[in-house]
Design a protein around this ligand. Structure first.
Ligand SMILES: NC(=O)c1ccc[n+]([C@@H]2O[C@H](COP(=O)([O-])OP(=O)(O)OC[C@H]3O[C@@H](n4cnc5c(N)ncnc54)[C@H](OP(=O)(O)O)[C@@H]3O)[C@@H](O)[C@H]2O)c1
Length: 246
C-alpha cells in the first residue's frame, strides 16, 4: 500500500500502460484521477476503479489546464503525476509530412511539457513526476524519426525540469518501454500484420517476447513511490534488454 491517501493523476490512464498503472495505483490505496480522450474507456475505468475520470485531449493545453483544475477541486493537491499519454506512427524521413510531425509532437512532447507546467502549482512538495518515454528515443529504428525525436525531447525536458524542481524535492523520472503489447501498435493493422509484428518483436527483444502493460506500469509505480526516494532524473529502460543487450 505504497500510495495510501496519495493523490495520483494519470494523463492517459484509460488504456494500455496507463490503465494498468491505474489498476495498480488503486490497489495500493491511491486517490486516483485519470484523463484520456475516449469517453467510453474513461467511464469504464472510472467505474472499475472508483476514480475521477476527466475527458481531455493532451494536444490541447487549455483542455489539460481545465482537467487539472477539475482534479484539484475534487481531490486536492497532486502527489504523483504520471504523464503517459502518447500516440505512435511510422513514416520514413522522405514521407514525413508537417501534419504527421505535428500530430506526434503536439501530444507526445508539447502536450506533455505543458501538462507538467500546468500541474506544477498543484503538486505537493516532495511529490513525483513519472513520464513515459520510449527506447525509440535512443534506438535507430527506420521510420521512427518523428516519434523518436518527440520522445528524445521528453528525455531532455525531464532532466531540466528535474533540476529546476530540486528546491521543491519533486523527483522527475522517465520510464522508457520497449515493445509492449498494447493497442498502440495494433490500431489500423490487420490481424496478419499484428501477428507479424509480434513475431518480429519476439526476435529482437533479448528476453524473447514483448512486455506487458502491467510490467511497464510496475516500473512507473516504483519510480513514483518512496522506494525510489533517492532516484531522480533517470530514464529507466523497461525493454526486456533491448537497449543494453540487443
Ligand atoms: N506499447 C509500446 O510498445 C510502447 C513503447 C514505447 C513507448 N510507449 C509509450 O507508452 C505510452 C502509453 O502507450 P500504450 O502503449 O499504453 O498505448 P495505448 O494503449 O494506445 O494508450 C495510450 C494512452 O494515451 C492516451 N492518449 C493518446 N493520445 C492522447 C491525447 N491526445 N490526449 C489524451 N490522452 C491521449 C490514450 O487515451 P485515448 O485512448 O482516450 O486516446 C491512452 O490512455 C505512450 O506514451 C507511448 O508512446 C509505448
Amino acid at each position: 500500500m505504497r500510495f495510501t491517501d496519495k493523490c495520483v493523476v494519470i494523463l492517459g490512464g484509460n488504456a494500455g500502460i496507463g490503465l494498468a498503472a491505474a489498476r495498480q495505483f488503486a490497489a495500493e490505496g491511491a486517490r486516483l484521477a485519470l484523463t484520456g480522450r475516449n469517453a467510453e474507456t474513461l467511464h469504464a475505468a472510472a467505474e472499475e476503479l472508483g476514480a475521477l475520470a476527466v475527458r481531455a485531449d493532451m494536444g490541447d493545453v487549455g483542455q489539460t489546464r481545465a482537467a487539472l483544475g477539475e482534479i484539484e477541486a475534487a481531490l486536492g493537491g497532486i502527489d504523483v503525476l504520471f504523464v503517459n499519454a502518447g500516440v505512435g506512427g511510422f513514416a520514413m524521413a522522405p514521407d514525413v509530412t508537417e501534419a504527421f510531425w505535428d500530430e506526434i509532437h503536439t501530444v507526445n512532447l508539447r502536450g506533455a511539457f505543458f501538462a507538467i507546467q500546468q500541474a506544477l502549482p498543484l503538486m505537493r512538495d516532495g511529490g513525483a513526476i513519472v513520464i513515459t518515454g520510449s527506447i525509440g528515443s535512443v534506438a535507430a529504428v527506420p521510420g521512427n524519426v518523428a516519434y523518436a525525436a518527440a520522445k528524445a525531447g521528453l528525455r531532455a525536458m525531464a532532466r531540466i525540469v528535474a533540476k529546476e524542481l530540486l528546491p521543491r524535492r519533486i523527483r522527475v523520472n522517465l520510464i522508457s518501454p520497449g515493445p509492449t503489447d498494447t493497442e498502440i501498435f495494433k490500431r489500423d493493422a490487420t490481424p496478419e500484420a499484428i501477428a507479424g509484428m509480434k513475431a518480429m518483436f519476439a526476435e529482437v527483444v533479448p528476453l524473447g517476447r514483448m512486455g506487458t502493460a502491467e510490467e511497464v506500469a510496475s516500473a512507473a509505480l516504483f519510480l513514483a513511490s518512496a522506494e525510489a526516494a533517492f532516484i531522480n532524473g533517470v530514464d529507466l529502460y523497461v525493454d526486456g534488454g533491448c537497449l543494453e543487450l540487443g
